[in-house]
Design a binder for this molecule. Sequence first.
Ligand code: PLP
Length: 443
Amino acid sequence: MTSQPDQTVRWRESDTAHHLHPFTDYKGLAEEGGSRIITHADGVHLTDSEGRRILDAMAGLWCVNVGYGRPELAQAAYDQMLQLPYYNAFFKTATPPSIELAAKLAELTPKGLDRAFFGSSGSDANDTMVRMVRHFWALKGQPEKTVFLSRVHAYHGSTMASASLGGQAAMHGQGGLPLPGFEHVMPPYWFDYGGELSPATFGEAAAQAVEDKILSIGPENVAAFVGEPLQGAGGVIIPPETYWPRVQDICRKYDVLLIVDEVITGFGRTGHWFASEYYGLEPDLMILAKGITSGYLPLSAVMVGPRVADTLIAEGGEFFHGFTYSGHPVACAVALENLAILEREQLVEKVRDDTGPYLARRLAELRDHPIVGEVRSLGLVGAVELCADPATRRHFEPLGKAGTICRDHCFASDVILRAVRDAMIVSPPLTFERTHIDQMVDT
Ligand code: PLP
């Protein structure tokens, strides 16, 4: 369906009049003439209300891993809705899809993460994790272990706890964040923080900053270190190889839980089922959302390893926490079919062996461009860092303007990618072919 032009105008007017969008400058959007209305999608393309096809190099919001228009997922939702559209797991009940999905996630995720607590978003999963971890330490007789340590530029969600956990300065500027008990350290972001150090040496320095912070807070007060294996919404900050092994050792040394937020990196994004495999991480807990259903329905999971789970189960009594939609059967049924597609079509392997290396090669061609300071990628997530002087890594001023211009150019050219400060970000569906990568890089 291509909509009539006057329908598009009516939608825009109504959108401006009634709809408060997330992460949006409302006045600015209205002044620019309102939203581009997306009416449908297939494969790796969106279609807007004026009939233009747009290449989606962001997989929605880093989530549509298997691409758009999958009849199998629609069928799974339809079948489950007819059979049992809703029931919960609160009062000694459970549903087959939630049981099967918990077991499937236990099989797919790294060893030990054998139990799943379901929610509906990455944000609520992080809130669940915060409550569960503090409850755990209280059960262990160390109730003072309450502080969560994360990184500047981290993104863990928009609720009060998850935004406190995140390290987004703009978010902390609104609504009284961060809450007490959330501390942030330097990110392993060589381009901005590395100075004269080699990436490898800088990776060690960034890990050392974690140790220094734990010592300054007092290890007896630190509940957990929480990190995205690579920082997605913060600008696809890919840590040097030296970073994670040291951070993992530091967490063990001070008895601080290691928690990885794989909301973006999970389900094949990096060419591995989970980026923890790539970095050799053995986390105590793992946060999952987005690619778990490829965004077709809202679903999240906190995967819990034996250390926390055994205590919670043996000593915790009732865990006073949960959501109406925890383990929603339709979302879980869609997740199971989504995971089956990833396996059947070997999409993780495709990213690891073919399209991931191809993206890296094509991005590398931009390295010599006069305003490109760095390119980085892992699997099908990447960044092109624009700057005024690549030799010194000096940014354009004001920071963010070049990125916005470049992103808007791509949007007008029917390619969606994202700008974080002046880093151009791509995170396409895992079904992206080489020709799509070519079109994206050429644009
Ligand atoms: N964690 C990470 C790493 C994310 O990238 C996001 C969202 O982008 C979230 C958590 C929050 O997820 P949601 O938007 O589903 O609440």
